[in-house]
Design a protein around this ligand. Sequence first.
Ligand code: GLN
Length: 313
Amino acid sequence: GTLPDAERVRSFLNEAHVRYAGDLSGEVADYIPALAGVDPELFGLSLAGVNGAVTSSGDARVEFSIQSISKAFVFALIDQLVGHDTIRRSVGVNNTGLPFNSIMAIELNDGSPMNAMVNAGAITATSFAPGNNVESRWEFVLDGLSRFAGRDLVIDDEVYRSESANNGRNRAIAGLLNSYGAFSADPEETVDVYTRQCSVRVTAEDLAVMGATLADGGVNPVTGDQVVNASVCRDTLAALAAAGLYERSGDWLYEIGMPGKSGVSGGLVTISPGKGALGSYAPRLDPAGNSVRGQRAAHFLSGALGLNLFSSL
Ligand code: GLN
């Protein structure tokens, strides 16, 4: 099947925006000033089809730092490089049942990074980025993220600086993984690249196009660029289904029925394989760190557009 026509998509996006724009539940992330200071009322929705049509509602062109949503796309870039089996063996594809920055999850699993959608696995995935130094590894990551978005993405320097001054926990995670022998790259340099990837500026429209690239067998439907292979998209969507919304991934799958990935700045991407993807931005988060309005809009749109993968009707 395909998405409904552009007119219906537009009216459902507008309806979702009206429905949830008054929802004040959740809290904006406050661990760095750059996130704590955002307008909590910002709310953007965008849907990109595999035919390249992009439809938006609200603040869909407002930039924010991509944060953990980068994990999904860096996973894909690294899977493309090292392959399905190495990912499963060296990173993992299971859910931890614990928060995204859990150290206990590593300890409980004998040093396994568990999966690339939580910090331990994401930092491990980033450690595979090719290059001889931070700059060349970073160039690989930024270039790959930009190809998913179909435009040259840039880093938010303020976010990068405050994240760097506050990433003791991620450095501890990398140090712990390194002590288990899980790292081939330098752990401090790897956390630096990971911190940069989290600080990349995107919009809800970018997220929709990035997600639609995963929905389209790795071809960016706007630029026509083959960013990764179709098999990589399959791997990535499976990893997202298991852990894209951290310890709430089961609830998410039960309600929305599609792979998704959230980030602590309030972004969310939801992928409908073969059809397209929804990108959203709304900064108030639930206790697991997932955008409240984003989840509600995805739930509504999954039903309205008939996107639940488990539906046989
Ligand atoms: N930069 C954040 C971190 O690594 C991203 C976390 C997130 O979006 N959940 O802690």
